[in-house]
Design a protein around this ligand. Structure first.
Ligand SMILES: [Mn+2]
Length: 324
């Protein structure tokens, strides 16, 4: 009835959707974010994508917790907490996402904390390069930049570092060390990275953003120009001939709309601004993958259902749902 009308430019099988549910919380310290995929699915997300938006869903019907991959012993390394666990999960996830993406399917990953983007983006970047010969762009919607290198991170939580690994800024010198599996085929260029919604950026991260010339639209820019103009500028920077992976942290939304998340920061996007970002990226026809991360249904009991609902709405908008 309501199948999307925008033709995907970089997907062979645009009506096919590979879904990966990742119940992983080891990139940060609060339990509960691992329960998000089930909460999103139970709220009707998958059935809506099938019935309302007419996607053929390829889903193994399980929330992956990667028990077999968990190391018994996982001491800190380069200041990182749980480096081997995050490494093992993201490496496996990278392959899962790659397997969907190489068949020309859209890939939707439900997290989990944002460390899982090391797996999802590396997987799509590799598959998209092989299939289309193009370097992929990433739109990172988040209150945080998540571009700490292990050496400058204050917390040691890897969910604050995925962009540093994906862009090669935190490269592992030896392939045998944690994250040594990330090779050039998995990486994205800092020139093809665009942030939207930033408002809690560490001092060392600000330096990285400036020095690398990374395109970033903070809440200040959204206040100044409005979300419509910001999306024009963001998509103009990427260009119409580039596949896009959208990585959406629910904490980009103001806690008024999405309170149930681990590192909530006031002064964020409205519900509609979040949906609008997803709608605009869908309209380009360039979107090849989406992550929705950091929904934590165990925090802020009253707000959990609301936060899940906001997440569902963002996914629907990114996949072509329209108001009219
Ligand atoms: Mn965040």
């Amino acid at each position: 009835m309501d199948a999307p009308t925008i033709r995907p430019k970089f997907l062979k099988n645009g009506h096919e959707l590979g879904l990966v549910a990742v119940g992983f919380s080891g990139g940060q310290c609060k339990p509960g974010v691992d329960a998000a995929p089930m909460a999103l699915i139970e709220s009707g997300l998958v059935s809506q994508l099938k019935a309302d938006l007419e996607y053929d869903i390829h889903f193994d019907d399980q929330v992956h917790v990667y028990t077999e991959q968990m190391p018994k012993d996982d001491p800190d390394y380069r200041g990182m907490k749980k480096p081997r666990a995050v490494c093992a999960v993201t490496k496996q996830l990278s392959n899962q996402v790659y397997e969907h993406a190489k068949q020309g399917r859209f890939v939707l990953t439900l997290g989990g904390d944002h460390s899982i983007a090391i797996g999802t983006i590396s997987g799509t970047a590799k598959a998209v390069r092989e299939r289309t010969g193009r370097d992929m762009a990433v739109i990172w919607v988040d209150a945080h930049a998540d571009i700490n290198t292990p050496e400058v991170s204050g917390s040691g939580n890897i969910h604050g570092m995925p962009v540093a690994f994906l862009t090669g800024l935190a490269s592992e010198p030896e392939p045998t060390k944690p994250f040594g599996w990330i090779s050039d085929e998995h990486k994205i260029s800092v020139k093809k990275l665009v942030y939207i919604g930033l408002r809690d950026v560490d001092r060392a991260e600000k330096k990285i953003l400036r020095e690398q010339g990374i395109k970033a639209f903070s809440m200040h820019d959204i206040d100044r120009h409005g979300i419509g103009r910001v999306m024009d500028m963001a998509l103009g920077w990427i260009g119409s001939d580039t596949p896009i992976h959208l990585s959406f942290d629910i904490d980009a939304l103001d806690p008024m709309w999405a309170p149930s998340t681990g590192t909530a920061v006031r002064g964020g996007l409205t519900l509609r601004e979040g949906d609008f970002i997803a709608e605009c990226v869908h309209e380009t026809g360039s979107l090849v993958a989406l992550d929705l991360v950091e929904v934590n249904p165990s925090l802020e009991e009253q707000g959990a259902a609301e936060t899940v609902r906001a997440g569902v709405s963002i996914v629907r908008c990114a996949l072509g749902d329209t108001l009219l």
